[in-house]
Design a protein around this ligand. Structure first.
Ligand code: FE2
Length: 386
């Protein structure tokens, strides 16, 4: 069956024929962070972001070298993992990169086939197909490396009815802050090194069968001081979108360079999570202590009606209310979107979150890039890293 992937920016349509879709992906299965203290990180994601306790593995469950907490909100599953010994590669990862994303797990029908097809096309192996089982059935996982030390793990769970994965027990907690309306992962962005964007674009095309759905060059993404380039890769059914950024020359150090310096290599820059009601979600996140980038200037909000054009009529939200919460607005020919970005969620200026509400628009807020990057540069200036 052929699928059409539309390049919104340039109005191009790419035909994806069935034969090419050798890697059918059902969705994001989970995102695993390697962190310095999983117990405290789990508390933060519950308290501040409204994630719910789902599953746990550690010494009590027979796990000797690590502890993992699994949290859930909507369809999003986060796993927070910390090493229990000094020899652990998990500890080495945290030592080098700080807290960050290690595994972007992808839900598949057939993990063995996903592994074979991607290895055949040049992927570097992280883990050969492995079957794990418990009283709820069995799960097959297999993994490949993507940029830096980041991994895509294929998860086949069609014969499993347990809470998360074999080896995990249900995490019953007495502390259960309410959810804030986060639904699913809209996209996840990777930062790669100078001149490496096209290498990784080609890798996603060749190895994963993705297509380049949108492109932004440094003429579109720049401020007075810095610039970057970005290409959005999408799988055949459009459920998985991975924009890839590389730094571009500017007068000062760009946020991508700052990331690469502090993460000490390529890695996941931000996770965009979708909500149906960004005003309610962001109001709650702010009340719970999540820190966001500062608001664009008044002139940005004054220009919104002109920028939205015909979509102004369908806009239900009050611009004043959006401005009060520092939420940004952009539109393309299919509709509009609302978005806001957190400050980095760990001590190194690396990973952050985006909250996004799509009202028809399929883009990534290109109209907001300048205002967004100026806001990030204000933070960089405070850190002395601009
Ligand atoms: Fe984004």
């Amino acid at each position: 069956m052929s699928k059409v992937v539309k390049n919104v920016e340039y109005g191009l349509e790419k035909i994806f024929d069935g034969a090419q879709d050798f890697l059918p992906l059902l969705g994001t299965d989970y995102v695993e962070f390697y962190v310095g203290n999983a117990k405290q990180a789990a508390h933060f994601y519950k308290t501040a972001f409204g994630f719910q306790s789902l599953a746990y593995a550690g010494l009590e469950t027979g796990m000797k070298d690590r502890v993992s907490y699994v949290l859930k909100q909507g369809k999003i599953r986060l796993v927070l993992t910390t090493a229990l010994t000094s020899e652990s590669p998990i500890g080495e990862h945290v030592k080098k990169h700080g807290d960050g994303v290690k595994i972007v797990a992808l839900w598949v029908e057939d993990a063995r086939s996903a592994y074979e097809e991607t290895i055949k096309r040049g992927a570097k192996s992280y883990q050969e197909p492995t079957v794990s089982s418990d009283e709820h059935g069995e799960v097959v996982t297999a993994g490949i490396y993507t940029y830096g030390e980041t991994v895509h793990l294929f998860v086949e769970r069609k014969n499993y009815s347990g809470e998360f994965l074999p080896g995990f027990v249900s995490w019953e907690s007495d502390y259960n802050p309410s959810a804030v309306g986060l639904k699913f992962i809209d996209h996840m962005v990777g930062n790669v090194g100078w001149g490496e964007m096209n290498t990784w674009v080609k890798w996603y095309e060749d190895v994963m069968g993705f297509v380049n759905f949108l492109s932004f060059d440094d003429k579109q993404i720049h401020t007075e001081y810095s610039a970057l380039m970005s290409k959005v890769m999408s799988n055949g059914n459009g459920r998985i979108k991975f924009p890839i950024n590389e730094p571009a020359e500017g007068k000062k150090r760009s946020q991508i360079e700052e990331y690469l310096d502090f993460y000490e290599g390529p890695g996941v820059q931000h996770i965009a999570v979708a909500t149906d009601d960004i005003i309610a979600t962001v109001s709650q996140l702010k009340a719970r202590g999540v820190e966001f980038l500062s608001a664009p200037p008044q002139a940005y909000y004054d220009e919104i009606p002109a920028r939205l054009g015909v979509h102004m009529d369908m806009m239900k939200e009050d611009i004043k209310e959006l401005q009060k919460l520092s939420i940004m607005i952009d539109a393309d020919e299919e509709g509009y979107l609302l978005q806001i970005f957190t400050k980095p969620v760990e001590d190194r200026p690396t990973l952050f979150f985006e909250i996004i509400q799509r009202m028809g628009a399929k883009g990534f807020g290109a109209g907001n890039f300048k205002a967004l990057f100026e806001s990030i540069e204000r933070e960089q200036a405070k850190r002395g890293t601009l």
